[in-house]
Ligand binder design. Sequence first.
Ligand code: COS
Length: 380
Amino acid sequence: MTTPFVESPVHAEIRALARKFARQELAPHVEQDEADARFRPELIQKLGELGLTGVPVGETYGGAGLGYSEYIGALEELAAVNTGYAISVAVTGLSQVILEKYGTEEQKQRYIPSLAAGQSIGAFSLSEAGSGSDAGALRTTAVRDGGHYVLNGTKLWTTQGDSASTFLLMARTGEAGPRGISTFILEKGMPGFRCGKQEKKMGCHTSHTMELILENVRVPAQNLVGREGDGFKIAMSALDSGRITIAATALGVARAALEVAVSHAKQREQFGKPIGEFQGVSFMIADMAVQYDAAKLLVQRAAALRDAGHAFSQEAAMAKLFATDMAMKVTTDAVQVLGGSGYTQDFPAERYMREAKVLQIVEGTNQVQRVVIARALLKD
Ligand code: COS
């Protein structure tokens, strides 16, 4: 496989650490855990011990103090073995990123260190039944009552809602639309706060996707993040960062699919020679590699812009859009290269294809990414 960009020694070290972990700790269980929809929280703890659950967060709060340029390498390596754990690390990281940027000093000290150490798991809860792409239409309410807010509603699509202890959750404190939304920190076990159904999905089974039910949940006013009404902007700026992590995850699953396809094309013989010697197959493999490298450059650019403190919304949306569409195409083509075998569970190609599909949907559908990109280009 080519390396389209020279990595720094630190970047290479983080990538190698994640790759070793993924191969030693995730790979032996992955097929069975996917079949059983089993998530192992203890693996997040182990990732935490390696410093991989708080890569982009400051050392003051227990993070590794590195940037997204290093973070994307770690996520790619995890996703090359199992997308679910890459998403788990990304979502736990997102909670920290939000708190580090918008939280009070007390909130940061109280919540970030255990998340950064992998001792607790984080969740981000924005979507509801009637508000997916139209995030500003959410209906869960938060009403001030003395020193608390009282939250009522139902959230959907919350990754690891069943194993998380710290939730960054958006609820309505004011007017209809984006300006009436606020962000709160909720803790597992708060009275009235519980998981509803677990979604039965096409793939990515180690990552549990939960409904969350809030019935008169009393959240201390000091758990408001930022000011009342800031919630939508906090969520959107968090999603800008989250989109880079999903794009990195797409690189991982695509690379794994490409590797399976290359290996199969070298070994499988038809008409007296390896199928990789037929242009119908070899050209597909060449295209897969080019698409992967092109996506990687977009992901690295978005990460580099973020690390340098520049605006990166548009570039993150471009990376997410291109990398996840690329992953869908590359994993689908890998199944094709494997032929009948690709469609069976004897090979991981069909799993990669199912895992890639969700990446075109989460953290904003690829239609929403086009909205973000086009608006940035067409604004006055
Ligand atoms: N960072 C900070 N602020 C942002 C922002 C960003 N990336 N994007 C928008 N905002 C601000 C806008 O500047 C605007 O502020 P003002 O009220 O001061 O003008 C406010 O947020 C509302 O923005 P906008 O009018 O663009 O909101 P829309 O309702 O039109 O929504 C889209 C725009 C569709 C892009 C947005 O809702 C979106 O990203 N939806 C997808 C949500 C998603 O990704 N869900 C998956 C979550 S995973 S659980």
